[in-house]
Design a protein around this ligand. Structure first.
Ligand code: KE4
Length: 435
């Protein structure tokens, strides 16, 4: 019967889905396009595992693309949401839960004195950039190739020809007048940053960066790079925005800014602070955040911002993270996973390199080193797609793209890693033998 029939109900759902939703999914990354496959449809999640509608079980390293650092259906999170939903779902007024989560986030993230909750990372990055433009009175922003900050128009820009040139739209529907305000330079490229800020620094409102790049696989900052961004933005009077939607509460309890000892002017958060519910946030020092309406004049709003169920789930996750502080354990398990995958690839003659930062990890099927997005483009995508499908059929769910970070949760045990490495070994053997 083979694997196709193992996912018969998913296939039937996919056929229905593509008739009523573009690509059959509500977010493109879920479509398995990069691995020439069809998505499975999930029925439930428990701990480190997902179960699809056909009853097939997977060890899950996507974890909802980052939010589920405690794994699926953690009892503390489930009970918190059950208690909240019995009281209602949303009120359109402030609630105690919003204050409690804001106090926790401000207490844990070093540079924050105030925070505003929104409903997605995209909303949060858009709002942070609007605030930076208002505070500085400038319009230009600078981002890095391979960094993703959500689908706001300003971020759907690709590097123009040559370094430090004004951006071009990377999606139809985005006016070039908007992306012309976005500079894009290579990550970890000190010279390109210095050149861009020397040429455009007096017009620069903000530099936005993923302090650890998780949207091009996993690319850590080279020593001194984040400090350079801090010094250079300080020098030209631009704001430094850390997009910690992915790294927040994932690479350390206080995020990348705690791990690397850098204080950005604005921080963007999401994923983990919602415990699987739609939450984004942006925050910073009081004197910057005081410009946000209604205290200040920079407008931003949202019907369901601060939703009490989402706040309850986020609070519950943070409570467990504060109590357990699992980061050393998470990093050690992720390291064993990555070293095992890289060693297996090399045993089969496949060039491979990997990286781990906290509970985020990445493996590239190329020789490396991978310092930026251009280096990452050297991966063998065809091999990755075949390897990916074999791993999936073996019951391991990795991110369906070589340009996404992997995650690990406190629910992943040594047995999960052992089982995963056995599946990886068999998958590579099969793919290499097939030639
Ligand atoms: P959302 O709008 O998807 O909540 O967040 C956008 C965002 C902003 N900043 C960073 C660093 C992010 O990683 C993201 C979203 N990440 C992707 C995964 N690469 C979300 C998955 C998806 O688009 O469905």
């Amino acid at each position: 019967m083979g694997q196709m029939n193992r996912r018969e109900l998913s296939r039937q759902l996919y056929e229905r889905a593509v008739r009523v939703t573009p690509g059959g999914v509500n977010s493109p990354v879920r479509a398995f396009g990069a691995v020439n496959g069809e998505p499975f449809f999930t029925a439930s999640g428990t701990g480190s595992r997902l179960r699809d509608v056909d009853g097939v079980e997977y060890i899950d390293y996507v974890l909802s693309w980052g939010p589920l650092i405690l794994g699926h259906a953690h009892p503390h999170v489930v009970e918190a949401v059950q208690r909240a939903v019995r009281k209602g779902t949303h009120y359109g007024t402030p609630t105690p839960e919003e204050v409690e989560l804001a106090e926790r986030v401000v207490a844990l993230v070093p540079s924050l004195e105030m925070v505003r909750f929104v409903n997605s990372g995209t909303e949060a990055t858009m709002s942070a950039v609007r605030l930076a433009r208002a505070v500085t009175g400038r319009d230009l922003i600078l981002k890095f190739e391979g960094c993703y900050h959500g689908h706001g128009d300003s971020f759907l820009a690709k590097a123009g020809s040559g370094l430090a040139t004004l951006g071009l739209p990377s999606s139809p529907g985005v006016p070039k007048e908007i992306t012309r305000l976005t500079l894009t330079v290579p990550y970890n490229d000190r010279g390109a940053v210095e050149e861009a800020l020397s040429r455009h620094g007096d017009r620069l409102a903000a530099l936005i960066v993923e302090p650890v790049v998780g949207n091009a696989g996993l690319i850590p900052p080279e020593t001194g790079f984040l400090q350079l961004l801090r010094d250079e933005t300080q020098r030209v009077g631009a704001l430094l925005i850390f997009d910690e939607v992915m790294t927040g509460f994932r690479v350390a309890l206080g995020g990348a800014q705690e791990r690397y000892g850098i204080r950005p002017d604005l921080t963007v958060l999401g994923k983990v602070i919602g415990g699987g519910f739609p939450v984004g946030a942006y925050g910073g020092p009081r004197q910057i955040m005081a410009r946000v309406a209604p205290q200040g004049d920079v407008y931003q709003a949202g019907t369901l911002s601060g939703n009490p169920l989402a706040m309850a789930a986020g609070l519950a996750q943070l409570e467990v993270l504060e109590r357990e502080n699992p980061y050393v354990r998470l990093e050690s398990r992720a390291t064993r996973l990555v070293e095992g995958i890289v060693a297996a690839a090399r045993r089969h003659g496949v060039p491979a390199t990997g990286a781990v930062v906290g509970s985020m990890w990445g493996v590239y099927f190329c020789a490396g080193p991978v310092r930026n997005f251009e280096d990452a483009l050297a991966v063998d995508r065809e091999l990755f797609a075949r390897y990916y499908r074999e791993c999936l059929d073996g019951g391991v769910f990795f991110a369906p793209s070589p340009f996404e970070a992997g995650f690990i949760s406190t629910a992943h045990g040594d047995a999960d890693i052992d089982e995963t490495l056995a599946v990886v070994e068999r998958s590579l053997a099969k793919v290499i033998d097939q030639g």
